[in-house]
Design a protein around this ligand. Structure first.
Ligand SMILES: [Zn+2]
Length: 288
């Protein structure tokens, strides 16, 4: 077995990265040599954890997906279908009441807080995943593989931001982004990992709340574009893949909602069509 002295593969998992904005702002570093729009029509619900899970395992977990479908029918969360009655009521309730009702009445009836419950399902269910095919894999945590992107506290801050008080929300997403970036650099500097799968949720969170605020939106898209450029210059020999679980479209009120497609790019010219195709692509370069 050959040892890699630089990361053979670097994957940037960028939650919520919107294809059309990458094109519109000509973010060359993110576009790479080749890029494609990923089709999400196989996913009954366009929510974060099961899509990431499918990239890591090569398949959609039907049981996990059904749990999300059940909740989506009640909450109207991130779906292919139109907004359900519960979501409509939620829009007119103050956040504390909306969340209280959700966590105390609806969530217990419909499978609990799935963001928390399915945050580590690949490990919990012992599913075969890409990290098992590498000698020294590294990740800072991915939804479905050890990362909780939403919990009651985050959800409350999110709703407060929608109501105009975004201080805590912004403070926390920036703090988390900075921590993730620090972890990335420290992993890269160690020079011992053969696959580095870095995940960030910043563009998803920013996109949901600040879609109408073009300058804020641009600031973070350009920040990620610059970060990609920096890493690519430092590790020119690595296979570099960028992937998102879904994009973000602007809806009434200026908020962002998940779009029905996602983004992929590579510096090798390789292209995929569905998020779960990432699995076979990565396995082509396995080190075990
Ligand atoms: Zn997402």
């Amino acid at each position: 077995m050959k040892k890699s002295y630089y990361p053979k593969i670097i994957v940037f998992g960028i939650d919520g990265l919107e294809f059309s904005l990458v094109k519109k702002w000509k973010l060359q570093n993110i576009m790479q040599k080749k890029h494609s729009k990923l089709d999400l029509s196989d996913y009954k619900v366009i929510v974060t954890p099961p899509i990431w899970g499918s990239m890591l395992t090569g398949k959609i977990n039907d049981e996990i997906m059904e749990m999300w479908v059940k909740q989506a029918q009640i909450s109207g969360l991130g779906i292919n279908t139109k907004q359900k009655w519960w979501a409509k009521i939620g829009n007119i309730l103050p956040p504390f009441l909306d969340l209280w009702i959700w966590y105390n009445i609806f969530a217990p009836l419909f499978g609990g807080d799935l963001f928390v419950k399915t945050a580590n399902y690949i490990v919990d269910r012992n599913e075969t995943n890409i990290f098992q095919f590498f000698q020294k894999p590294w990740t800072n945590g991915i939804p479905s593989y050890g990362r909780i992107v939403n919990n009651p506290k985050r959800k409350y801050e999110f709703q407060m931001a929608m109501y105009g008080n975004d201080t805590k929300f912004k403070e926390n997403i920036i703090k988390i982004y900075k921590e993730d970036k620090k972890k990335l650099f420290s992993a890269l500097n160690k020079n011992t990992y053969d696959i580095i799968f870095w995940y960030t949720v910043i563009l998803d969170k920013i996109g949901h709340i600040y879609y109408k605020d073009t300058l804020t939106l641009m600031k973070y898209y350009f920040e990620i574009n610059q970060l990609v450029g920096q890493i690519k210059t430092k590790f020119p020999k690595s296979h570099f893949y960028i992937i998102s679980d879904h994009g973000m479209i602007k809806v009434k009120g200026g908020w962002g909602l998940h779009s029905k497609y996602a983004f992929f790019s590579s510096n090798t010219g390789e292209i995929i069509k569905k998020p779960y195709d990432l699995y076979n692509l990565i396995l082509k370069h396995k080190t075990i």
